[in-house]
Design a protein around this ligand. Structure first.
Ligand SMILES: Nc1nc2c(c(=O)[nH]1)N[C@H]1C(S)=C(S)[C@@H](COP(=O)(O)O)O[C@H]1N2
Ligand SMILES: [Mo]
Length: 429
């Protein structure tokens, strides 16, 4: 490792300079030298009144009183951490807003930053007037109020949700991790096991599909195989502890862990148990992949293993050579992430990243790799391997199989290019 060994010299250069301490693994802050932390250069451009050894402004008077905010919001200094609504796409009724993945830590998406994707706007539903109808091949057709749903035994699980149009382009445009894969979020969901609700109505012989319909203007409809309904499907009313946001399906949504996002019907109003799928718009004209031989992949369901480095990532900048933690997220609709490999040399060699425990099934998994950047141009990327042994493909590998027509289900590796100046950009763009 090359690093400044003379701390005095490093400080003289600039008080803001980060350095590695010899033998230590951490990035140092500012060492207090002679009671004065700011160099002349820094003092010229920055207000140092609030820096040590001074007592900062915010310690001199009491802070805001309790009750000034009845629902907490982030610090005003975090005002740029917001949903990413692409301006190059028409954003009207069929719209999407992406999670700013590059600004988040851990695996849980705050509710205000959860991605949103809707085909007919966000309906304003009064929960008192909302009903879920369950009919078709059942012994006892039922209509539930929200109160009825909440009387069932509840359960909570952490699962990711990803749109199959994430990013929805074969050539990845976009600058940031959010531009590329921001139609992805992860939350703790609370609700009822769909299996339990189906058992309440009693499934009849021949029940092979459950057709779910939303109460929005688009009446988004998808057919779900009965096996999934009896496995881990949930009827969800809460997200990260509070009731669903209107954008996420308030007051009730379906959640199909690991399946493509459009099947997790929001504003859920109807479950029709049937022998055949409905062949709705969302499973025929949309969300199918036209293959080179002219056939179409339909009912693909599972989101295959995928990962992305979120730090450092597009739009960010490495301020100086030295220690940088490479950190990102990995996920698989098939189950748990088994391993994540990271390459810092344009794919020539790979190192195994550390996975944050606990690794959860069908949830995001945070991975990390300590890295020493030598200040030279570099290409960094991650590759997820899930518990089934499936390996996340490169874009070239994916294109070779899927051809030029495909749009959905793009789970390719996204490399980032780092320039000598530390700028991070999309290496595929
Ligand atoms: N009723 C209804 N359900 C819906 C949609 C919709 O437009 N209407 N959009 C689907 C799509 S395409 C996705 S990716 C997910 C998005 O869920 P989110 O907005 O909570 O992130 O919801 C799905 N469920
Ligand atoms: Mo979607």
């Amino acid at each position: 490792m090359s690093e400044p060994t003379d701390i005095g010299e490093s400080l003289a250069a600039t008080s803001r300079r980060r350095f590695l301490r010899k033998g230590g693994a951490l990035v140092g802050g500012i060492v207090v030298a002679g009671g004065l932390a700011g160099s002349e250069a820094a003092a010229a451009t920055e207000n140092t009144d609030n820096l040590p050894p001074n007592v900062p402004e915010w310690m001199k008077t009491p802070g805001d009183p309790m009750g000034s905010q009845l629902y907490g919001t982030p610090s005003p200094f975090e005002k740029d951490v917001v949903k990413n609504i692409p301006k190059n796409l028409p954003q009207y009724l069929s719209a999407s807003g992406r999670t700013p993945l590059q600004d988040l830590d851990g695996i849980i998406t705050p509710n205000g930053l959860f991605y949103e994707r809707h085909h007919g706007g966000v309906p304003a539903i009064d929960p008192e007037q909302h009903r879920l109808m369950l009919h078709g091949l059942v012994d006892k057709p039922l209509i539930f109020t929200m109160e009825d749903i909440r009387r069932f035994p509840s359960q909570s699980h952490i699962y990711f949700l990803e749109c199959s149009g994430n990013p929805g382009y074969k050539k990845p445009y976009g600058k940031t991790a959010s531009d590329l894969v921001g139609l992805l979020s992860c939350a703790e969901w609370t609700g009822v096991s769909l299996k339990l609700v189906l058992q309440e109505a009693g499934l009849q012989a021949g029940a092979k599909w459950v057709i779910a319909e939303g109460a929005d203007a688009a009446a988004v409809t998808r057919s779900i195989p009965i096996e999934k309904c009896l496995e881990d499907a949930m009827l969800v009313y809460s997200q990260n502890g509070e009731r669903l946001r209107p954008q996420q399906g308030y007051p009730l949504r379906l959640l199909l862990p690991g399946f493509e996002g459009n099947m997790s019907i929001k504003w859920l109003r109807r479950l029709h148990v049937a022998a055949e799928p409905s062949y709705s718009r969302e499973e025929t004209s949309k969300y199918t992949d036209l293959m080179p031989d002219g056939s179409a992949r339909e009912f693909t369901f599972f989101m295959e293993a995928k990962s992305i480095i979120t730090r450092p990532s597009g739009g960010q900048r490495l301020t100086s050579p030295g220690f940088h933690e490479i950190s990102g997220i990995a996920w698989s609709g098939r189950g748990k992430i088994g391993r994540v490999d990271v390459s810092v040399d344009d794919g020539k060699s790979w190192q195994e990243a550390q996975l944050q425990e606990p690794v959860l099934t069908r949830a995001l998994t945070r991975f990390r790799l300590p890295w020493h950047w030598d200040g030279q141009p570099a290409v960094i990327q991650s590759r997820a391997i899930d518990q089934t042994g499936y390996v996340q493909p490169t874009l070239a590998e994916l294109l070779a199989v899927r051809g030029e027509n495909y749009f959905y289900h793009n789970n390719a590796i996204w490399p980032w290019r780092i320039s000598a100046g530390g700028e991070v950009t999309n290496a595929n763009a």
